[in-house]
Design a protein around this ligand. Structure first.
Ligand code: 0X9
Ligand code: ZN
Length: 464
């Protein structure tokens, strides 16, 4: 019992912001609209400062947090809804009590419970320690409040100059499943190297760069003060507001779906890349900039695979390929755990958002990039940002399988059109079909156009 009490004290006594009540979510509800249109979204936006999902896809619910007063006003709209969590403070309190009790008993597996920043660092060190010739843990810089930011690079055979796959987690502080599932992926890759043929090949043919904790200040704050904090810890006029890191990227920064108001959940900051967390991020990947083929920005929740663009509803030139690859990720998820993830461009599947990571990776670096929104998803009424910890492992397993399938695509020979690992006459037959319809997937020399050069490239393969 001693540990439980001391953890609770650490939790509330060190509140950095004295204006915040000790129980910030007392009486707050998680409210779900079974389905929302754009008009409904616009009606509820002024009522809740904290909308948790913005999906306008038919049959996808929309969740938000409402204080008791906000809930009163919401009731006046007469909108059909149900209350997923009646008292978020009670949920948070019981969660902290459970975690304290379990850590006292020391009986749970690492991925069976949520972990603190300190526990993450310990785990990352252990993971790279399993195979230091393949995995390197580095501090890439410091957050606004001076916390170290980690990167873990995996390179099987150590060759330089390979295509690079970048995966980052936890831009948003409260999305606890994101760093947990991503750490699981890193661990499985390190363990699998040398024992699992598929993983060995993918670590030999690609360089993997993980940034598993992009927002360490915010994340720590969700443990000590406000479980549902989203942004970083930027002060504006000496008051804590926070910048939404996923609106601070330097690609179409400042447009629709981001806010210039510090109190907004999607506050974009005063300039693109104004935040030290992103500065550290892009410095860390500077070395590999010209080689990035793929990128995932891992978030929770809603079970979505979101491609560019976020800033506009128009489509990037290679939307067919991005959707095809997104479907391959989702298929991996389905095969791993049976979970269904919906695939589509962010702006039409979710909502407009400017200055996000995925648009930057695609727009500025030319990489295939997706925002992954991990589980949970309705209709099962799990509290979105705070699902029971038994969701961590399946989230990790499905993220791993989706990621491996994508990596296989990144290393696949462009002429292996039937994806069986060998170049045969069947690939050639498929190619001819693509030629007839001038399908851009026939661009096997990857120069951006489907031309006679691709035909020649194909012929060369079979002459050899
Ligand atoms: O709003 C966001 O930043 C993401 N949703 S979240 O609930 N995790 O905050 C969605 C980002 C989608 N971005 C792109 N695919 N571009
Ligand atoms: Zn997020």
């Amino acid at each position: 019992m001693v540990r439980l009490i001391s953890l609770a004290c650490v939790g509330f006594a060190t509140a950095a912001n004295a204006q915040e009540p000790e129980k910030p979510y007392a009486g707050h509800k998680q409210v779900r609209l079974p389905m929302a249109t754009r008009a409904v979204m616009e009606a509820i936006e002024p009522l809740s400062p904290d909308i948790w999902t913005h999906s306008i896809v038919p049959l996808r619910p929309v969740d938000m947090r409402l204080s008791p007063e906000q809930y009163e006003r919401f009731l006046e709209t007469g909108l059909a809804h149900h209350v997923v969590v009646d008292d978020l403070q009670a949920l948070v309190d019981s969660e902290l009590a459970r975690i304290a009790e379990r850590s006292r008993l020391d009986e749970v597996g690492w991925y069976e419970e949520y972990r603190t920043l300190e526990e993450y660092w310990e785990r990352w060190r252990e993971i790279v320690g399993l195979n230091p010739s393949v995995a390197t843990l580095e501090t890439i810089g410091q957050s606004l409040e001076g916390r170290d930011m980690p990167s873990i690079v995996l390179n099987g055979d150590g060759r330089e100059g390979k295509p690079v796959f970048i995966i980052n987690a936890c831009q948003h502080a409260r999305e606890w499943v994101s760093p947990a599932a991503t750490t699981y992926v890193i661990e499985q890759l390190v363990i699998g190297y040398g024992s699992d043929a598929r993983i060995t090949r993918l670590l030999d043919e690609l360089e993997w760069v993980f940034l598993p904790m992009v927002n360490p200040d915010g994340f720590d704050f969700t443990w000590t003060d406000q479980r549902f904090w989203r942004k970083n810890k930027r002060l504006v006029d000496a008051r804590l507001f926070g910048v939404d890191l996923n609106r601070n990227w330097d690609y179409e920064w400042g447009g629709a779906g981001s806010s210039g108001s510090p109190s907004s959940g999607t506050y974009r900051g005063t300039a693109p890349f104004s935040e030290p967390e992103l500065e550290a991020f892009i410095d860390a990947i500077d070395r590999v900039r010209g080689r990035v083929v793929g990128h995932l920005d891992v978030h929770t929740f809603s079970q979505l695979v979101l491609s560019p663009w976020g800033y506009t509803t128009s489509s990037p030139a290679n939307i067919a390929e991005l959707t095809e690859l997104g479907d391959i990720f989702a298929r991996g998820v389905l095969d791993a755990t049976g979970a269904r993830y919906e695939v589509g461009p962010a702006s039409t599947t979710l909502y407009l958002l400017s200055g996000n990571a995925t648009d930057w990776f695609h727009g500025a670096l030319g990489a295939a990039s997706w925002t992954i929104e991990l589980r949970p998803m309705g209709p099962i009424s799990l509290p979105g940002f705070d699902p029971p910890p038994d969701q961590i492992l399946p989230a990790g397993q499905e993220l791993l399988e989706g990621t491996l399938r994508l990596a296989e695509e990144f290393v696949r020979h462009p002429a292996d059109l039937d994806r069986d690992g060998v170049l045969t006459i069947f690939d050639f037959l498929r190619f001819q079909k693509l030629w007839v319809t001038q399908d851009p997937r026939g661009d096997v020399d990857k120069d951006g156009a489907f031309t006679a050069a691709d035909f020649h490239a194909f012929h060369e393969i079979f002459r050899r």
